[in-house]
Every structure is written in structure tokens, then in C-alpha cells.
Design a protein around this ligand. Sequence first.
Ligand SMILES: CC(C)(COP(=O)(O)OP(=O)(O)OC[C@H]1O[C@@H](n2cnc3c(N)ncnc32)[C@H](O)[C@@H]1OP(=O)(O)O)[C@@H](O)C(=O)NCCC(=O)NCCS
Length: 172
Amino acid sequence: MTPPGVTVRDATAADLPAIVGVYNQSIPGGWSTADTSPVAVADRVEWFHKFDRARRPIWVAEVGGEVIAWVGLTSFYAGRPAYDATAEISLYVGTAYHGRGLGRYLKERMIAACPGLGVTTLLSMHFDHNAATKHLNDKLGFMPLGHLTEIAVVNGVKRGLVIAALRIPPAS
Ligand SMILES: CC(C)(COP(=O)(O)OP(=O)(O)OC[C@H]1O[C@@H](n2cnc3c(N)ncnc32)[C@H](O)[C@@H]1OP(=O)(O)O)[C@@H](O)C(=O)NCCC(=O)NCCS
């Protein structure tokens, strides 16, 4: 069930500043993304236009007309055809709304949509010190398939990247 007061819908180009705003909130924590300084809306325009409702959607969650979170699917490995049924999930919840079940709700909702989107392998890539994502993925049945140790430097500290996957039965 959608959390009370929350609306989830496909994002439009008009949402891009808010999407970037939510994303930028995650950067100072140093455990969510490999960006180390705020990104500009203009830098995300091309990225945004690669989403498509039929195969690689991006949804926003709103409260009172304010975008507070987003979840999207991107193609794996530059979208080469052999990976058509594989997508990477990205999920960002505004810091003021962490820990209220919204991240879990959005991830479960996107997983439920995957068969209709032609996605049978859902990848989640996260730093190995991203405890929230690790916990959420474990609960939802993602399996860690890879661990690239000491592959990033965040705030001067070497960090590893976990590649976790959820296998999803295709639509019958
Ligand atoms: C990861 C993230 C999406 C989780 O969203 P959220 O709405 O705060 O999470 P939820 O409230 O739905 O919690 C989901 C589960 O994770 C647990 N959890 C939440 N934050 C946690 C933390 N910091 N450490 C450990 N577990 C945590 C919750 O207790 C809950 O577990 P439960 O169901 O067993 O009680 C959110 O922290 C976020 O946006 N982080 C920044 C962006 C990011 O890291 N995205 C992933 C990289 S793509």
C-alpha cells in the first residue's frame, strides 16, 4: 500500500530540478554515491531523457506536491542488447524522509513492475558501507554477486562497491 499522503507517478522533465535536489542531499553523507560534490541540473538532462516509461522508468514520490524521493531503472553496460533484460535500480529518498518505509515501498513497487518492463535481473550497486541499502536489499532477496574492493575514494577513504542482483521471473 502507498504510504499515507504519498503519491507516486512517472517523472516529467519539470521534475528534474527536484530529482537532482534529492540526489544532492545524499552526497555529503559519503555512503550513497560516487559524486563528491553537488551535481547541476544541466549535467543530468541527457541522463534524464534516457529514461522511458515502457522499459526504463523513473518515478517520483511526492508529498503535498513536493518531490521527496525518486526511483529509476537504467540499462546495464551502455544498453548493449544482450543485457536488455538487466537493469540497474537507483533509489534516493530525501534525508528528511529516511527511515519511514518509503525506500522499501518504492523498491518493492519497482520490483513488482519489472516483469512488465522486461526486466528479469535487477542490479543494485552500492558502496559496501551503505548499510541502509545493504539491509534493504538483503530483506528483498538480492544476492551479492560481486564485491569490488577499494575501488573508490570517498572523503579520503578507500571504499568498495557491492554488485547485488535480484532474479525476477519473467511475465508469463
Ligand atoms: C537507502 C535508502 C533509499 C533507504 O530508504 P528509507 O526510506 O530510509 O528506508 P526504509 O525506511 O524503507 O527502510 C528500509 C529498511 O532499511 C533499514 N534501514 C534504513 N536505514 C538504515 C541504516 N542507515 N542502516 C541500517 N538499516 C537501515 C530500515 O530499518 C528498514 O529495515 P526493516 O524493514 O527491517 O525495518 C535511503 O537511505 C537513501 O535514500 N539513501 C541515500 C541514497 C542511497 O544510498 N541510495 C542507494 C544507492 S543507489
